[in-house]
Ligand binder design. Structure first.
Ligand code: UT7
Length: 322
């Protein structure tokens, strides 16, 4: 049996930082409200002419460098995003061109904030099946481009960024299990009402930005992420004490705390980066993972529990040995 293992991580945040203070000059909010309700202190915003594929490229180059793998040796690129550069081709194809490689498969996965869990799960299947040896998995977003910057209930929460990992096949288990779920009944609670097909309908024309029922999403996120995290541990015959680090989706510090408490992992073993970049959707889990790898918290051999929740609703998890 072949297993996949993470052999390199990388991440990238755009240069421009937008602090809560700065944001409160243009929208009716305050640093105090944002910090108390979400834990967010600032977010990063892409520059004009900088796209999701550019953020993905920076994160990917770091991950490939850390893995010691050349882009030519990739068999597949799977990129999770809800903010692709263009309608088509896929941002994964654009990234492939920017990496200056040819021929390997490249496609996008769309599962909003759970996108990285989905992409990791897909990549894992290709490696386990023996179809691919080296797979680049990325979560990259430019959510600043789909926000209504006058809507304080959403614009304070999100930011731009990218995270990437290189997965390689081998005999030693790295990814023990991945789990993905969706429930399409709740799409109206967190969505962008327009798109390619719907934009031609007059009724939806003005609704081009993220809309969210924050309180309902909050409750579902806590409930489903904690239930799935517990199930993931059970399926692997483990309990919370066996987890070295929990790396959750970085949407809101209160959600992270509530899930950790339900699962039984103390906050000292939870990676929290939401304060530095807000909710970067599909990028948030690989960004947090890379941060903890680079600052030395996550060490080879550590057991990591990843989890995420997003629009759709979609949610997912993975249990990993680094
Ligand atoms: O990635 C997955 C997707 N996202 C999430 O997981 C986010 C889930 N939801 C949340 O994180 C939280 O629900 C929010 C951070 C969005 C909101 O926090 P909350 O504690 O649920 O606040 P609330 O919506 O109950 O609003 C409380 C008050 C309201 O005023 P009133 O009605 O009490 O007078 C809001 O109008 O806060 C007001 N408010 C704000 N005030 C200042 C809402 N947004 C803001 C704001 N600044 N930015």
């Amino acid at each position: 049996m072949k297993f996949s293992r993470i052999v390199g991580t990388g991440s990238y945040l755009p240069e421009k930082v937008l602090s809560n203070e700065e944001l409160s000059k243009s929208v009716d909010t305050s640093d105090e409200w944002i910090r108390e309700r979400t834990g967010i202190r600032q977010r990063h915003i892409v520059a004009d002419g900088q796209y999701t594929s550019d953020l993905a490229l920076n994160a990917s180059l770091q991950a490939l460098d850390a893995a010691g793998i050349h882009a030519d040796d990739l068999d597949l690129i799977v990129l999770a995003t809800s903010t692709p550069d263009v309608v088509f081709p896929s941002t994964a194809s654009i990234l492939q061109e920017k990496l200056n490689v040819r021929g390997c498969g490249a496609f996008d996965v769309q599962a909003v904030c759970a996108g990285f869990a989905y992409a990791l799960s897909v990549a894992d299947q290709f490696i386990k099946a023996g179809t691919c040896q080296n797979v680049l998995v990325i979560g990259a977003e430019t959510f600043s481009r789909i926000l209504d910057w006058t809507d304080r209930t959403t614009c304070v929460l999100f930011g731009d960024g990218a995270g990437a990992v290189v997965l390689t096949g081998g005999d030693k288990a790295g990814l023990h299990s991945t789990h993905i779920h969706a429930d399409g009944r709740f799409q109206d609670l967190l969505h962008v009402p327009t798109g390619v097909s719907k934009q031609y309908n007059e009724m939806f024309k003005a609704q081009t930005a993220v809309q969210m029922n924050g309180q309902k999403v909050f409750k579902w996120a806590v409930r489903e992420m904690s239930a799935l995290a517990i199930k993931t541990l059970e399926e692997n015959g483990l309990n919370a004490d066996d987890v070295d680090w929990m790396v959750p989706h970085q949407a809101n510090f209160r959600i992270i705390e509530a899930v950790a408490s339900k699962v039984g992992v103390p906050m000292e073993r939870v990676v929290v980066t939401v304060q530095d970049h807000g909710n970067t959707s599909a990028a948030s889990v690989p960004l947090a993972l890379d941060t903890a790898v680079r600052d030395g918290r996550v060490q080879p051999g550590d057991k990591i529990l990843l989890e995420a929740f997003g629009g759709g609703f979609t949610w997912g998890s993975a249990l990993i040995t680094m």
